[in-house]
Design a protein around this ligand. Structure first.
Ligand code: ASP
Length: 342
């Protein structure tokens, strides 16, 4: 008889476990043990489920880097004893968290599946049960004694995506996430359909390495028609700012105004890392395709290619935390580390 798979549920908070505060009408986090009592179906799953909860479950809008480090530590402590991990998390910042964890967990050879829901688990029409039950089943998938999924995924509304490729695109629909530049890893219908060709390659020998250091001296600057020099300078002169995601138009284009190009040039000269990421939800930066991106290319701005903003900002935090030398920073950023870019 094959051994039962051990799954660890990590409850951080989010709508999935919230209840209505009848005085104010607002949703607030709930006790995890009570939450589990609402899902008797879990007992029917063919795996052993343990759980760990944040002492104080949070709405994911309150997530910061210390929470990511905490999640990584929980996984590190339970890595040998468990075959897969399901992180229950609010959907608002789930793509950021899944991206951050993908970098922090180097050589990950087991599934870490982020999931949550748009409606609380106690709600009659909840999407929480399907999301949770299927996430556990995906985390428990094994072939020849090894995990099928060996990366950080995000499961929502019948699809498992690579976590660092996702973006929350809808605050209303059950289908809240999209992965515009990378196909799904698994689809759930009558059967679970695994798209093996889309998975990260299997890890053979290397040990899990958990990176605990993140540097949040980073910012995102989104261009818009009418964007002016004083805003640019206010951002570029932010104290301790080390890296910036510049959200440009289309295939990585920006105004050709001299004040913009010279401002960026001066900041780069002083040591600021600037990444060009497109505001479009799909497609890629292609610097040099238009006159409006030629100057950026000449400045040797880092090419974000088809990375999402969520994966870019967290990659910056991870690389800055890792003390990469300035000389190699651009090359390392432009290299896919966890399948986050082409
Ligand atoms: N505000 C909630 C959160 O992100 C929304 C959700 O869980 O879907 O925690």
């Amino acid at each position: 008889m094959s051994k039962q798979t051990n799954i660890l549920l990590i409850y951080t908070g989010g709508t999935i476990g919230m209840v209505k505060d009848y005085a104010s009408g607002a949703l607030k986090a709930f006790n995890f043990k009570k939450l589990l009592k609402n899902i008797p179906e879990l007992a029917q799953l063919d795996c052993n489920i343990d759980s760990v909860s944040f002492d104080k479950p949070i709405d994911s809008s309150n997530i910061d880097t210390t929470h990511w480090i905490h999640i990584a530590e929980i996984i590190e402590v339970h890595y040998e004893s468990h075959d897969g991990f399901v992180v229950l998390h609010g959907s608002d910042t789930m793509s950021y968290s899944a991206s951050a964890l993908s970098y922090m967990l180097e050589n990950l050879a087991k599934p870490v599946i982020f999931t949550g829901s748009q409606l609380p688990i106690g709600d009659l029409r909840t999407d929480a049960k399907e999301n949770l039950i299927t996430s556990i089943q995906i985390a428990a998938l094994q072939e020849k004694g090894r995990a099928v999924i060996q990366e950080v995924g995000l499961y929502f509304e019948y699809k498992l995506y690579r976590g660092n490729r996702t973006t929350k695109i809808n605050a209303e629909h059950f289908e809240a996430f999209a992965s515009m530049n990378y196909p799904p890893l698994v689809e759930s219908g009558v059967h679970l359909k695994v798209y093996y060709e889309n998975l990260m390659p299997k890890k053979r020998t290397k040990q899990l390495v958990v990176h605990h250091s993140l540097d949040n001296n980073v910012a995102i600057l989104k261009l818009f028609p009418g964007f002016n020099a004083s805003i640019l300078h206010a951002v570029l002169e932010t104290r301790n700012l080390k890296a910036l995601v510049l959200e440009t138009y289309g295939a990585g284009n920006a105004p050709t105004e001299n004040w913009l190009i010279s401002g960026l040039r001066a900041a780069i000269k002083k040591g600021l890392f600037i990444v060009n990421v497109t505001q479009c939800s799909g497609g890629s930066v292609l610097m040099g395709q238009y006159e409006t991106s030629e100057q950026l290319k000449k400045l040797r701005i880092i090419n974000g290619k088809d990375i999402t903003t969520e994966a870019a900002i967290t990659k910056l935090m991870y690389l800055l935390g890792g003390k990469i030398t300035p000389k190699t920073f651009k090359t390392i950023f432009e290299t896919p580390l966890r399948g986050e870019m082409q």
